[in-house]
Design a protein around this ligand. Structure first.
Ligand SMILES: [Zn+2]
Length: 106
């Protein structure tokens, strides 16, 4: 291997590890399967990141935690961020909150 190839390889490895770590941490915060997503993040740059963002931000439904206002998965029992227990009422209100938030952004 030439020195240039080695440099490219190092950059690619750094990118892959950074992406995998970021996805791992982000998935953990959002109550996703962080190990699965983290490993997936190590497979390809940047398509894994794009697929991850599409699935977790668009495909999966989210609600807002009434306690810390963090976006969490629709079917979560507990807030993956602050640990607040999500009741049926919270779920309904959380959904409304999310809709209002989306409207504001438009
Ligand atoms: Zn919370």
């Amino acid at each position: 291997m030439s020195p240039t190839e080695i440099k490219i390889l190092i950059v690619v490895i750094l990118l892959v590890v950074t992406q995998g770590t970021w996805i791992f941490l982000d998935a953990g915060k959002h109550g996703e399967n962080k190990w699965l997503w983290g490993l997936f993040g190590l497979v390809n740059v940047p398509s894994s990141l794009i697929i991850y963002l599409i699935i977790t931000r668009v495909v999966t439904k989210h609600i807002i935690c009434p306690h810390c206002f963090y976006s969490i998965k629709d079917d979560s029992q507990y807030c993956s961020y602050c640990g607040h227990e999500i009741t049926e009422t919270d779920r309904k209100e959380g959904k409304l909150e999310k809709i209002n938030q989306l409207k504001k952004h438009r």
